[in-house]
Design a protein around this ligand. Sequence first.
Ligand code: FES
Length: 112
Amino acid sequence: MDDDRVTTIPEGFVAIGRTTDLAPGQMKFVAVEGERRVLANVDGAFFLLRDQCGHRNALLSRGRLDGYAIECPLHFARFDVRTGQLIDGPISAAVRAYAVHVEGDTIYASRS
Ligand code: FES
């Protein structure tokens, strides 16, 4: 049987969940390729960062999401969820951001 579905999922991406699993304003831990990442939903747009603060390695998924800012639970550094750049807080490295692709109701993350 021919499969004539058209897919636009970029190469190197892997499914990590459904859009309906995460309400706007929420974030959660997901595992991708054995790595912890934090997935955030800001007004229906999904963003993915490494789940590790660039200051003292706290889990950002245990922090707070405020608009486009993720606040670290330990010393309250804030990072832009779109880019991983530090907004304010203790001197810190940026947090790595990963590409996200949504097709239908499935969320895909870049493997690397
Ligand atoms: S560990 Fe995140 S601000 Fe210190």
